[in-house]
Design a protein around this ligand. Structure first.
Ligand code: ZN
Length: 67
């Protein structure tokens, strides 16, 4: 049986939305730096993604879901 990947992001958002404090911590950490890139993503030789990074987008969606 093939794995269904569609909707996995929505599931992740719903899961994160249910973790007290996690969304707030993620949103506080994943902010844009002076170059417009995420301040904490990247590293290990990889360039940081332009903000909002995928984590910031996920946390923002979780906060909106929570209302
Ligand atoms: Zn980030």
């Amino acid at each position: 049986m093939a794995a269904e990947v569609g909707g996995s992001l929505d599931e992740a958002v719903a899961i994160v939305a249910g973790w007290p404090g996690v969304v707030e911590r993620l949103l506080a950490a994943h902010v844009a730096g002076p170059d417009g890139r995420c301040a904490v993503c990247g590293g290990n030789g990889r360039p940081a993604p332009l903000w909002p990074c995928s984590v910031a987008e996920l946390a923002g969606a979780a906060r909106r879901l929570r209302g």
